[in-house]
Every structure is written in C-alpha cells, then in structure tokens.
Design a protein around this ligand. Structure first.
Ligand code: FES
Length: 335
C-alpha cells in the first residue's frame, strides 16, 4: 500500500508502540459484494480500541504467521470496533484467501495498532477520491472524515460490475447528491473512467487520493503527473511498476546506531536480508516497499529510496529497509 506518511504520528510514536499488538476477537464476517467480505474486530478484553484516523490500516496476524495489511473502512469516530473489507483473490499472496477461507467469527487474533500512511490532508479545501475495486476501503473512512469536516469531495468509484462493488448501499445517498460517480467497465477498461480528462484540470487547493489495483494506480499517477507536489496521495497493495529498476546495485554499509553494529549490504540483498542473516529481528510484510511495515528512521547517509509509501518530506527522515538501498557508502539507521 502507498501513501503519505502521517508525519507527526510517525515521529512521536516510539518503536515499541508501533509494534504493539492488540488482542482482538473477530466478532462478525459479512458479505459486502461478490468475493468481498467485511471482518469486524472488537477488543478481546472489552476495552475501547485505540483511536484511528481516516486512511489507517492494521496488520492482521494470521494463524499461519503471515502478516497482511488491511485498511479500516469504518468511521474513525468508532472506538468499539475496527472493520476491514477484503477481496478474496486466488492470484494474490494467500492472505486474502486465508482471511476468507480459514477465519471464523469468534476467533481470537492479534492485529497491530492502526497506522496511517494515507491521511486526509489538513491543507486541502477539496478532496478528489478515485477508488478501484477493493481500493474503496480506506476511501470509505476518508469520506466519513471529509463529511465530518464539512469539506467538499467527489469520489470516482470504478469496478468491473456493481456486483463486485462493496458499499453501494452506504454510498447511494451520495450518488444521488452527485458527490459520488460510479464507473463499471464490465471488464473492458475502455468503458471505464477516462482518467486523462478527469485529472486534466487541476483546481487550486484540491488534493487527490487514490487506491486500487497496480496498473490502475500507475495510470492515475501518470494522468495526474502535472498536479502540484504534495497534492497526490495513494495507497498501494502491490508494488508500483513505475519504481521497479534494473540499475546495477552497489554494496554499502549500514550502521545500526542503537545496537552499535555495522553490517555490509551486498548487491542483490536487502537491508532486511542482511539484518536477519545476522540474527536481528525485523517486522516486514510486503517486502516490496508499499505496505509501510518496515519504515525506519535514518540518522545519516543518503538512502536510495525504492518504496511507494513515503513522500519527499518523509524521505528526509525515513527509509523502507525491505527494498531501499543507499547512495552513500554508509547509511546510519536508528535501530
Ligand atoms: S514496505 Fe512493506 S515490508 Fe517494507
């Protein structure tokens, strides 16, 4: 998943807080659309869950020890539950199939505290959302927040068919008001939303938020390339084709300042690979630079960023150590 880091939270949040796990009960599983289920988690001890902001996601620790990120789609005003919506994707990495096929209501699980790499901008005066398929999930919480702020927005919601589009019932009133437009292409992208014309004219103080399948995201990124820096925010659940590289890789050193260790990262291996080979535990999930799990503060050196999560400002302070490398001969990490 790609996006803008909620900087204040990331800076203020101690590492143990970021990695804190919440013990929850899966209270209910509800069908939302074809192959899309909602999973409702409540605290296992009955206490309120940590507050979250629109655009947040949680890591779900599945019984087979895999970790997957899912965006929260309920209102950020709710403290009694977290709700995620998951598309069962047999061609995916297995997490969504495990969610659908193995989880049962009443089951106890661990999830992470919510993290937000895809926050609604405080400086925008108008919001444009584009959701592709299951990419609607974080957008639902963001719409709730925009409505609460009384800020104008428009959602372009793209899906193959209405049967494969979640939340249509909740969005109906907004469709009727003209705040949401629906675009069903029946499997032929030529029948879908015309991204070039939709994004051609930038209106001052507008921010764009988009989430969906990888190629859809790449197309939006290209069609909005002329928008001012800092006005585009996205969340990915696959790596961007636009950041993949065939550049030759050079070795570099990492200094783990707090652990007082220096290690060499050779070509073809990641920082995470080298740390694990040296017995150092690192939390990862996607390992492709889009989920944000491995976000690490660096103290010196110049990273070669290869993630699709951090924006330019965030990159002055953080690096995704599953995929990024170093332009400098040494990168000093706050680990
Ligand atoms: S960004 Fe997902 S594990 Fe690094």
């Amino acid at each position: 998943m790609e996006a803008v880091l909620m900087r204040e939270e990331a800076v203020a949040r101690p590492d143990d807080e970021r990695q804190k796990k919440l013990h929850v009960t899966l209270k209910s599983i509800t069908s939302l659309a074809e192959d899309i289920n909602a999973f409702e988690f409540v605290s296992a001890d009955g206490r309120p869950l940590p507050a979250f902001t629109a655009g947040s996601h949680v890591d779900v620790h599945l019984p087979d020890a895999t970790i997957r990120q899912y965006s929260l789609c309920n209102s950020p005003d709710e403290r009694h539950r977290y709700v995620v919506a998951v598309l069962r994707d047999p061609a995916g990495r297995g997490g969504s199939v495990a969610m659908h096929d193995t989880l049962r209501a009443g089951q106890k699980l661990f999830i992470s505290a919510p993290r937000n790499h895809f926050a609604l901008s405080d400086s925008a005066r108008r919001h444009v959302f584009i959701a592709g398929g299951i990419g609607i999930t974080p957008i639902m919480a963001m719409i709730a927040e925009a409505q609460k702020r009384n800020e104008p927005f428009h959602l372009f919601y793209c899906a193959r068919t209405s049967q494969r589009a979640a939340f249509l019932d909740r969005l109906k009133a907004l469709v009727d008001r003209g705040d949401v437009s629906l675009h069903f292409d029946n499997g032929d992208p030529r029948n879908g939303l015309d991204l070039a014309s939709t994004l051609e004219n930038y209106v001052a103080d507008t921010h764009l938020y988009y989430c969906g399948p990888g190629r859809f995201m790449d197309a939006i990124e290209a069609a909005s390339a002329h928008w001012p820096a800092g006005t585009r925010h996205c969340e990915r659940f696959t790596a961007s084709e636009l950041i993949k590289t065939t550049e030759a890789e050079a070795a570099f050193d990492i200094e783990l300042r707090r652990s007082q260790k220096t290690l060499t990262v050779p070509p073809g291996e990641s920082i995470v690979d080298v740390m694990r080979a040296n017995g150092i535990e690192v939390d990862t999930s996607c390992c492709e630079g889009y989920c944000g799990t491995c976000m690490t503060r660096y103290l010196a050196g110049e990273p070669l960023h290869r993630d699709s999560v951090l924006d330019d400002e965030d990159r002055e302070e953080f690096v995704m150590i599953c995929c990024s490398r170093s332009k400098s001969t040494k990168l000093v990490l706050d680990l």
